[in-house]
Design a binder for this molecule. Structure first.
Ligand code: ADP
Ligand code: MG
Length: 255
């Protein structure tokens, strides 16, 4: 099982969109679990549009992190992708505990116990540095950082890299990272930001996900991309690149 954490502390940087369509592409290669760790619950809305809020409040990522539910209780089994949902209550997490190590260990332990059930886990994270982010980074084999062409792009990336370094020292584990340019156009300004990104040492920049109305509208309608379209191919290729990073010998095309 390989865990891919999609993260950028800047909101609106295509994290949830990337997590959804990457997970779909990975699920064609091996059994995939997605985990929503953002209280905005965009992944939960996408994968579980009809689930009642009362039902979601009983077992969700927060009850797992706090050790109040077992992982088997929080996983909602759906074809083709299973999901651990989030709800707005996740906003209370920092008031309930100030112990990121405890939360991170809960998630890690849970994932370890289902490691024979999944080839891939994709985690969506909030647009800020909270304990959820620390926990998601702790369990990650790969931190995938979608970057959009804003003036904050490089600053946000550097802050996240600091956060990752801190998590590494906190837990003495090295993390693999890579950048995923999303929504870049051909303008000089955009290309300059992309060049700066590529100049950051030791972190590979993957092929771009193009700006596309169909990605936006399909995602808003809770639909996957149409097989064979350019956008479908972009995420299909991303899945291959991600697998090459986390599992170079490709030992996990099963389950
Ligand atoms: N490749 C893309 N082409 C067009 N729109 C996109 C693309 N990726 C993301 N978006 C749009 O950008 C906005 C922010 O994306 P989202 O995934 O919600 O970001 P985050 O999860 O980082 O806050 C959404 O409206 C989404 O539909
Ligand atoms: Mg999001």
């Amino acid at each position: 099982m390989k865990v891919i954490t999609v993260s950028n502390i800047k909101g609106g940087s295509a994290k949830s969109t990337t997590a959804i369509h990457l997970a779909e592409a990975l699920s064609r290669r091996g059994k995939t679990l997605v985990i929503d760790m953002d209280m905005q619950a965009d992944l939960t809305d996408f994968f579980l549009p009809n689930e009642s809020l009362d039902q979601l409040e009983i077992h969700n990522i927060m009850t797992l992190l706090l050790g109040r539910s077992k992982i088997e209780e929080v996983i909602i089994r759906k074809t083709p992708i299973d999901i651990i949902p989030a709800t707005l209550s996740l906003s209370k997490l920092v008031r309930i505990t100030q112990d990121p190590l405890f939360l991170s260990e809960s998630l890690k332990r849970g994932l370890d116990s289902v490691k024979n059930q999944y080839a891939y886990v994709v985690i969506d994270t909030p647009g800020s540095a909270k304990f959820e982010l620390t926990s998601a980074l702790y369990s990650a084999n790969l931190v995938l950082i979608p970057v959009t062409p804003s003036k904050w792009a490089i600053r946000a990336v550097n802050l996240l890299l600091d956060e990752i370094t801190e998590t590494e020292t906190l837990f003495t584990a090295r993390k693999q990272t890579s950048f995923l340019p999303c929504l870049f156009g051909a303008s000089k300004k955009h290309r300059e930001i992309l060049e700066k990104l590529k100049a950051i040492e030791e972190i590979p920049t993957l092929n771009e996900i193009p700006k596309s109305e169909s990605i936006k509208t399909k995602t808003e309608k809770n639909e996957f991309l149409k097989k064979g379209t350019n956008t479908w191919h972009a995420f299909d290729q991303l899945a291959d690149e991600v697998i090459r990073l986390v599992d170079p010998e490709n030992r996990f095309p099963f389950l």
